[in-house]
Design a protein around this ligand. Structure first.
Ligand SMILES: Nc1ncnc2c1ncn2[C@@H]1O[C@H](COP(=O)(O)OP(=O)(O)OP(=O)(O)O)[C@@H](O)[C@H]1O
Ligand SMILES: [Mg+2]
Length: 125
């Protein structure tokens, strides 16, 4: 069996409230992501899709258990992950590809077409 790029085992996210109450946003969840796969996370608004993706990419720490990248515990944002956020965080005057390129340009990553751009090109039609 091939190794996962990103793996979550029994990750949870909850927010503490007054006293001992807490809001459980992500119940214990397993998810493995492999190379050359396209994965879609579907669910109603507020069901926790963004919360799960933020944990998988290191933008948010799970409340319980951990996420592993290439078998190692994730610490902080994963540099090899690119996220195209929802409309309120996009530049509406740019195309999808230009929105993907924007942070790469800000980091002067323009000499070679990065893989993310090739992937975006491949799947944007
Ligand atoms: N700081 C917080 N404290 C309490 N609850 C929170 C907090 N942040 C997010 N939530 C709740 O977590 C739940 C999941 O939110 P999330 O943004 O992950 O949903 P989503 O599936 O991405 O929704 P959408 O489709 O609208 O983008 C929501 O019910 C939201 O109210
Ligand atoms: Mg969301």
């Amino acid at each position: 069996m091939k190794d996962s790029l990103i793996e979550a085992r029994q990750v949870e996210k909850f927010y503490s409230q007054d006293g001992e109450n807490r809001i459980q946003v992500i119940a214990p969840t397993d998810l493995s992501i492999y190379a050359d796969e396209i994965l879609a996370v579907l669910g109603p608004s507020g069901s926790g899709k963004s919360t799960l993706l933020r944990m998988m990419t290191g933008l948010s720490k799970p409340s319980a258990e951990e996420v592993r990248w290439h078998g190692q515990p994730a610490h902080g944002p994963c540099e090899s992950v690119s996220i195209v956020f929802q409309s309120f965080a996009l530049f509406p005057w740019l195309t999808v590809l230009e929105n993907v390129e924007a942070p790469l340009r800000a980091r002067s990553m323009t000499a070679e077409p990065p893989r993310t751009i090739q992937v975006a090109l491949k799947y944007s039609f």
